[in-house]
Each structure stands twice: as structure tokens, then as C-alpha cells.
Design a protein around this ligand. Structure first.
Ligand SMILES: Nc1ncnc2c1ncn2[C@@H]1O[C@H](COP(=O)(O)OP(=O)(O)OP(=O)(O)O)[C@@H](O)[C@H]1O
Length: 313
């Protein structure tokens, strides 16, 4: 899907910085990141382990405080101090699906409770019969049977548990879902099913996704646009097919050439052999983030940008 700029910008992230630690121990892990996500699209974040992808997701959902920059949802600022009413609204409208369905579900609670926990915490209560009806419907929507609601998480397979995680998000009727490596902890044989489920739900419910993954083949399948992040900084952003067929930044090229490995440390080591950040000489001029062609952004200093431009001709 090409970017349709006439569509509403659902989420706008402007010059976002996130840091951890205090004073001398402070380290910035997301540095000056800007992007928009249009309603109905899937925006992918790719980059190696530790590059800051999850931190961005958690900043949007207000788990991580932001150091500077702005995040807007439907044009309303949602980071920093915000009115209670807005906080409540976005708590429902923005949901997250987590990587590890084995760790993210409360083992001692039944599916019925897990799936409707968000509803129970809401200010406006719904009737018990309506709640049950919603749980049943949502379970069906994610391909599970309503009678599963009286069971405990350990009675399910990894794929089914991830479906429970998806149901828990969906029941809140969100508009925007942050899917943080939602299939990477699953058995290879069922990854496609869960990915297809997410695609179907997106169409049926007009959902917008921020999809975080380090596996590029997954990204190519699911994302309309992607941003490539390296050490907390965006190095390239554009339509997925364009990035795959015409990567400009050397880090993007390195990512595309490296086959993903299950062990993040091994993957990092391998990437280091194909991408050496010291190739960039930023001592004279700091790199700029520019739109090198329509909807295609890249980071570079003037000589690099010149070279990228030439390679597009
Ligand atoms: N709560 C925290 N306190 C301190 N440092 C943190 C915290 N959360 C994340 N970090 C650090 O921030 C950096 C970015 O981490 P983040 O989890 O966002 O990366 P990621 O790209 O999502 O990686 P992964 O794919 O491994 O989840 C890492 O160096 C990490 O150690």
C-alpha cells in the first residue's frame, strides 16, 4: 500500500528522546526520532536488539516517560502530563501485544478474567452479561472457542496464548495496536497463522499497527512502511518495498543482507562485521535527516546524501 497522505495522521511522533538513568548515568536510548503513522496502515520498526524499538513503543503507551519531544494521537498531545480523561481514553484506544505469551499472561487467572481485565478497570462498568458476551465474541474473533474462557493459560499452546493476548487487547476496541515482536517467541510453524490473524483483524476492525520486529521477512509481509533504527537513531524510513529494493543507508543494507538469527548476541556480532559505523565521518558536519525522494527519508551528511541521490537516478 502506498502512503496515502490524504489519510488522517493517527499518531505523530516529533523529535522524541527517551533516556534512562539520572545525571551522570543518564543515557539516551531514543534520540530525536520523528515519524507519523496514518490511520489504517502498518508501520514497522526494524533494528537489532537494543536499538530502542521497544522503548519507542513503551513511550507511546506511556510506560516510559519521554525526555523531550512530542507524541500526538488524533492531534492531541499524549506524552508528559495530560488530563485524566484523555489518559483514560488512550488507555483503551492504544493497546500493546507483547512478545512472549508465556510470560505476559497471569498464570493464576482464568482466560475470562485475563481477557476482560481492561474492561473491569474501566470507570464506566458494563453488566456481567454484556462482559461475558464480549469475552465470547472476542475469543471467537481471534480463533478461540468461548468455552476456553474457564481455563488457565498453562492449558494452551504458545500460539493460542498469543491469541489470548490479542483478545485482551482487542476487547478494549482499540484504534491503534503496538505489536512488539508478537510472533518471534512462537514456534516457526504457527507464526504465519498469527501474522495472518493480525492482518485479518486489521481489515475487519480498521486497526492501525506499529509493528516491531527484527525479522525482515516478517516486516516485508506485514508493513506498509518501515523505519530502520540504529542505536536509538532513525537511519532510513520509507515504503517497505522501496526500502527492500533500494536501501540507501549502509546500515539498512547490512540488515537486509544479514539472515536473522535466533540468538541476538550472535546476530549483533554478525551485523558488526557487515556494518561499521566508523565509515561515516561526522566530525565536520553532523548528519541530516532528509526526504531524499518522495516518502523516503535517510540520514547522512552532504557527501553521503549526494551519493544516495545519485544511486536513485
Ligand atoms: N527500563 C530500562 N532501564 C534502563 N535501560 C533500559 C530500560 N529499558 C531499556 N533500556 C535500554 O535501552 C536500550 C534500548 O532497549 P530496547 O528494549 O528499546 O531495544 P529493542 O530494540 O526493543 O531491543 P529488543 O529487540 O532486544 O527488545 C537498551 O540499551 C536497553 O538496555
Amino acid at each position: 500500500m502506498a502512503v496515502d497522505k490524504s489519510k488522517e495522521k493517527l499518531l505523530e511522533v516529533k523529535n522524541l528522546k527517551v533516556s534512562f538513568g539520572e545525571h551522570r548515568h543518564k543515557h539516551v536510548v531514543v534520540n530525536n526520532v520523528s515519524f507519523d503513522i496514518y490511520k489504517g496502515e502498518t508501520f514497522g520498526l526494524v533494528g537489532e536488539s537494543g536499538s530502542g524499538k521497544t522503548t519507542i513503543g513503551r513511550a507511546i503507551i506511556r510506560i516510559n516517560p519521554t525526555m523531550s519531544g512530542d507524541i500526538f494521537f488524533h492531534g492531541q498531545k499524549i506524552n508528559g502530563k495530560i488530563p485524566k480523561e484523555l489518559d483514560r481514553e488512550i488507555t483503551a484506544k492504544i493497546q500493546m501485544i507483547f512478545q512472549d505469551p508465556m510470560a505476559s499472561l497471569n498464570e493464576r487467572a482464568k482466560v475470562d478474567y485475563i481477557v476482560s481485565e481492561g474492561l473491569l478497570n474501566r470507570k464506566v462498568k458494563i453488566s456481567e452479561s454484556k462482559r461475558k458476551e464480549l469475552v465470547d465474541k472476542t475469543l471467537l474473533d481471534v480463533g478461540l472457542l468461548p468455552e476456553f474462557s474457564s481455563r488457565f493459560p498453562h492449558e494452551f499452546s504458545g500460539g493460542q496464548r498469543q491469541r489470548i493476548g490479542i483478545a485482551r487487547a482487542l476487547i478494549m476496541e482499540p484504534e491503534f495496536i503496538i505489536a512488539d515482536e508478537p510472533i518471534s517467541a512462537l514456534d516457526v510453524s504457527i507464526r504465519a497463522q498469527v501474522l495472518n490473524l493480525l492482518s485479518e483483524l486489521q481489515k475487519k476492525r480498521n486497526l492501525t499497527y506499529l509493528f516491531i520486529a527484527h525479522d525482515l521477512s516478517v516486516m516485508r509481509f506485514i508493513a506498509d512502511r518501515i523505519a530502520v533504527i540504529h542505536k536509538g537513531v532513525f537511519v532510513e524510513m520509507g515504503e517497505t518495498e522501496k526500502i527492500f529494493t533500494n536501501p540507501l543507508h549502509p546500515y539498512t543494507k547490512a540488515l537486509l543482507s544479514a539472515v536473522p538469527m535466533p540468538d541476538p548476541i550472535a546476530e549483533k556480532k554478525k551485523l558488526l562485521t557487515v556494518y561499521d559505523p566508523s565509515i561515516h565521518d561526522y566530525s565536520v558536519q553532523k548528519p541530516k535527516w532528509v526526504e531524499i525522494e518522495e516518502n523516503h527519508f535517510v540520514l547522512g551528511n552532504d557527501p553521503e546524501l549526494e551519493q544516495y541521490k545519485k544511486s536513485l537516478q
